[in-house]
Design a protein around this ligand. Structure first.
Ligand code: BV8
Length: 244
């Protein structure tokens, strides 16, 4: 398969499913997980902090990491890649499904999920917190008003409303995503190293069901050999090459 054929397949497809990872937010200035973490966090691997064990051991320290990322994403803006995916949703309507691994909320801020298709945040998001006792989800206060650990209106401690390593993904979101990728005619895998499961498995669900699966990533990934075609470029340029 070559780029013109990939473009034609995407144009022809009615049912399109997209999986995104940290790479789609890189051009918004949000560091990816595999970029060497900058500064203070350089000493920690995300896998070590994004876990129930780390939080149980030192909730304040884990909250400091999340509060810092929360501040960063509020300062960031969706980039051209986010907007192109919202435009693709507008073209495909109800048969469009975007599953993101990102917790930065940038797809929602670019309008994804409001253009007739579906957006699911498979791993939650940084802008809300979850009541540790009741499980209710609340928006976090503005960063300047954020005291750690934040409390819910019930006075209980809020935990970051994300899925940690070793935790199950929200069942309804994962199930809907698996169905969308199994039924897709074309799947796009954008900006993910494809190492975290079950999210990365969505690409294989699409491939197994006979879909054309197209990767957009400046580098090869673990999924590359299994896919139909790779656009070796950053998300904004790679998606523009497929869509414009
Ligand atoms: C689960 C939210 C069932 C938090 C995240 C042992 C014990 C327990 C579990 C496991 C285990 N071994 C394996 C597992 C399963 C585990 C897993 O997959 N581990 C990996 C590390 C092997 N998965 C889980 O634990 C999941 N739950 O399995 O539950 C269970 C339950 C109990 C016991 C066993 C099993 C939960 C996984 C969710 C974890 N939460 N995030 C937070 O953010 O703090 S994961 C987090 O990391 C992200 O959400 C994302 O999923 C992942 C990072 O991956 P990417 O997004 O791909 O980012 P990355 O930096 O890796 O790559 C960026 C890519 O972009 C690169 O390819 C780069 O080339 C490219 N790029 C760079 N610039 C650009 C670009 N592309 C385009 N444009 C650019 N400009």
């Amino acid at each position: 398969m070559d780029l013109p054929q990939a473009r034609a397949a995407l144009q022809r497809a009615r049912r399109v499913a997209v999986l995104t990872g940290a790479g789609v937010s890189a051009e918004s200035g949000i560091p990816t997980f595999r970029d060497p973490q900058s500064g203070h966090w350089a000493r920690f691997r995300p896998e070590d902090l994004a876990s129930p064990g780390a939080y149980a051991r030192d909730p304040g320290f884990v909250w400091e990491w999340y509060a810092g990322r929360y501040r960063d994403v509020l300062r960031a803006e969706p980039n051209r890649g986010h907007h192109l995916l919202a435009e693709l949703e507008r073209r495909k309507g109800a048969d469009f499904f975007l599953a993101t691994q990102n917790v930065d909320g940038l797809h929602a801020r670019a309008g994804s999920g409001t253009r007739g298709g579906t957006l699911v945040e498979l791993h939650g998001n940084l802008i809300t917190g979850r009541d540790e006792k009741t499980g209710e989800v609340f928006p976090l206060p503005e960063p300047d008003a954020l005291t750690l650990p934040p409390l819910s209106p019930n006075g209980h401690r809020l935990r970051p409303n994300v899925v940690w390593f070793g935790e199950y993904l929200p069942e309804a979101a994962l199930w809907a995503a698996q169905r969308a990728f199994e039924e897709a005619e074309v799947a796009l895998i954008v900006g993910t190293s494809g190492v975290v499961y079950p999210a990365a498995g969505l690409a294989l669900d699409a491939r197994r069901s006979g879909a054309v699966v197209i990767e957009v990533n400046p580098e090869e990934t673990e999924l590359t050999p299994l896919l139909s075609f790779s656009v070796r470029d950053v998300a904004s340029r790679g998606l523009a090459a497929l869509l414009e």
